[in-house]
Design a protein around this ligand. Sequence first.
Ligand SMILES: Nc1nc2c(ncn2[C@@H]2O[C@H](COP(=O)(O)OP(=O)(O)OP(=O)(O)O)[C@@H](O)[C@H]2O)c(=O)[nH]1
Ligand SMILES: [Mg+2]
Ligand SMILES: [Zn+2]
Length: 493
Amino acid sequence: MDYRIKCPYCFAEFSHKEVHFRMETIKTPSRSLQDIELMSDSPERARLMAEYNAAMMFAKKDDPQYEAFWSKYEDVKTERTTNSEWEKFGCEVYQLPIINPNTAEGRKVLRTNAAGDCFIYDADGMVTAVEDIYGKQTRRRVCPRCHNPIPLQYGKKKTKFLSVIGVTGAGKTVYISQILTYMSKYVSYVGMASNFCDDHVNNFIKDNPVKLNQPLPPSTQKGVLPQPMVYDLTQIMPDRSVKTDTIVIYDIAGETCQDAEAMINYGEFVTKSDGIILLVDPSQLNINVNYDLDEESKKSSEPQIVLNTIHTVFTDIKSTELCNIPLAVCIPKSDMFETMLPAEGRRDITPIIDTFSELKKPLFNATEYNILEPKIKSIVIDELKTALRTQYSDYNFFVFSATGCDVAKNENGQFCPVMPPIPRRIAEPLLWMFKKFGYIRSDVPIRLPEPRKLPEPAVVELPRTAVDKLLRRTRTRPMTDAEKEAYKYELTC
Ligand SMILES: Nc1nc2c(ncn2[C@@H]2O[C@H](COP(=O)(O)OP(=O)(O)OP(=O)(O)O)[C@@H](O)[C@H]2O)c(=O)[nH]1
Ligand SMILES: [Mg+2]
Ligand SMILES: [Zn+2]
């Protein structure tokens, strides 16, 4: 079995057998190289030299490949060394020695298994660990190109990459924090279970709390890359087999989305994404809100400019072609304009339950969404609609509130939720994305932002009678209103 892995940092693709490992053994040579070199030729000198060379392979140091990857970001490596790791190693995790098991040098310091290679495989036959000559095992796989950590289990399942973008202050970090917090609840709405694959998810939630009277997260710095969040989603299929997919979510700083150059430098994640969740701040749609986005980001980042930028950076698309990446266009902070929405927009999404088994069905609730859709569309400004229509082929509009309540400044001028935050409809764009990825279907066809093109002329062919066949003719009748109406929806569920 050859597992192909796509690095969630640099997007290099490689076989599971090509991974490198961060070692858990750290050595310091007993003598310095200078000391050894000054010694006269002797067996002792040779022994010390060999010991020195082996120890240097296990010395803690800054890693050139890792440093090269992070050099374009603002000197912040968001990887976190835990207290226990500090106690154990006395250095950052990214300074641990790295061994490549596919070199003669690497193999010399790793234990070989009965099959003659140095890998330790799991029950599914994927390389998960190696053991060094000192008897220490490590499961710390890293990408062979950028030396960033590959999460446990990562690489076995099909992976989809999802970026959340939008101007500074649009609410991306608050949204992601809430989505991650409530992930298992919402994926259970479509009969799925979720598991996160490393500590980054927990760290993200801890670092970006959304709690009553607690300050909401500060603005994500431009040029800082937060760790990708990796989730496994498991589904029981109709034939009772189990299917797992992996999704990786990226929180991208607002400023990164504002010009094409920054997007190419920092936003590679956007261009490599399988889906984009775009947050359009309500103030960008002329909705009355009680705060001010900073002038700079308001001007330079009208949502249609962000859309142009993305369209431009997807370099394999001609400027005249539509970009077919699934795009969920969301208006966040709906708690601030609730009165503009019908009842469906003021409450959370509802799962679809099988009346017989009482289990939740793997379906996007389009019946509910379709009621809300025309209202959201009426809030969206024409410039944005035009940009979407002329550049994107697969998008829908959403509203949600990540806090479900108002936020107010505390005595230090930081925004805090004024009530226990209970999010509303945050999962709707995500479940829509799941439908686009083919994980689930919808209960009825989803209403489109623009009707599909009607046939010209708008007629329906009548069944051919024997006389028609004889006369080799086809007869038609005009489409009914109901038949035309179907063109406002997707073709299938
Ligand atoms: N009322 C309300 N305010 C929200 C909501 N979500 C976010 N906000 C407000 O928007 C501010 C910015 O949210 P962030 O999530 O930090 O914005 P961001 O898009 O990550 O911004 P950058 O990191 O600068 O790109 C928060 O401090 C809140 O004041 C919401 O659901 N309701
Ligand atoms: Mg942020
Ligand atoms: Zn990589």
